[in-house]
Write a protein of this length. Structure first.
Length: 255
């Protein structure tokens, strides 16, 4: 599910996000993994969504249909993780029409939602697509305080609630492999595990496993006197989250 395309609401078009990376991945898949199912993600539904005429949704589906035909993939996945509440009714209609179009092409339909976003009527959404991908990590807002990325109890409660509303086979749970670094006087920035490990060694500070959230954290003061508080997801965290899902026949797990 590579993030290849985005909706541009000013021009009512689909834009290619990273042509070079798309070409590299397409070449890799062709040579190394020709049987891999590819469902490119279409994002851009987080703000400025505008269907300003009775035909606008149908016209946008036609653009998705042309895209699906042109790039010869197995389906499409619409990224609805961050949407404006006022656009939900239109986005559900778009999702239904897109699902019908892809079914006619004998392709798969998918939508990505944030786990715990309770404004989505999950049974209705399930009836419109083949797969719902739930992202199970909390991304920090501007000005937020340091906090675990995927607290175990929160994930467990929200995942089991979602599974009580839909068939488990419809759901794919995406676990994070990233962290965030909160620095004194600055907004949180993404950080990868390899960099966390490097900083731990550089500052001779151990990674701490928080027994409450079951997430890992690292804190240190840099050479400029700024305090860093890092929360991140790792293999231990992923293992514990997988135990939550072990008793349910979910459609899959993603990273």
């Amino acid at each position: 599910m590579p993030e290849w395309y985005g909706a541009d609401w000013e021009t009512q078009t689909l834009k290619q996000l990273d042509k070079n990376r798309q070409g590299l991945l397409a070449t890799y898949l062709e040579i190394k993994a020709p049987d891999t199912t590819v469902l490119p993600v279409v994002n851009g539904f987080d703000q400025g969504v505008s269907f300003d005429s009775p035909y606008a949704i149908a016209e946008f589906v036609e653009k998705l249909e042309t895209l699906s035909d042109d790039i010869g993939v197995n389906g499409l996945c619409l990224d609805y993780r961050w949407v404006e509440p006022a656009a939900i009714a239109d986005l559900i209609e778009l999702l239904g029409n897109t699902g019908e179009m892809l079914a006619e092409q004998d392709k798969q339909s998918c939508v990505a939602l944030r786990l715990g976003a309770d404004y989505w009527p999950l049974p209705e959404v399930e009836s419109l697509v083949d797969t719902i991908v739930f992202t199970g990590l909390r991304q920090p807002d501007r000005g937020s305080f340091p906090k675990p990325m995927a607290p175990h109890d929160m994930f467990s409660e929200l995942a089991l609630d979602a599974l009580s509303q839909i068939r488990a086979s419809t759901a794919v749970f995406a676990l994070g492999n990233i962290g965030y670094d909160w620095v004194t006087g600055a907004s949180a920035t993404p950080i990868h595990f390899s960099e966390v490990a490097r900083l731990s060694g550089l500052h001779d500070v151990p990674v701490i496993f928080d027994p409450v959230s079951l997430n890992s954290t690292l804190a240190y003061v840099d050479g400029q006197g700024r305090r860093h508080q890092i929360w991140f997801m790792d293999a231990v965290n992923a293992h514990n989250l997988l135990q939550v899902l072990a008793s349910s026949p979910v459609g899959g797990v993603a990273i």
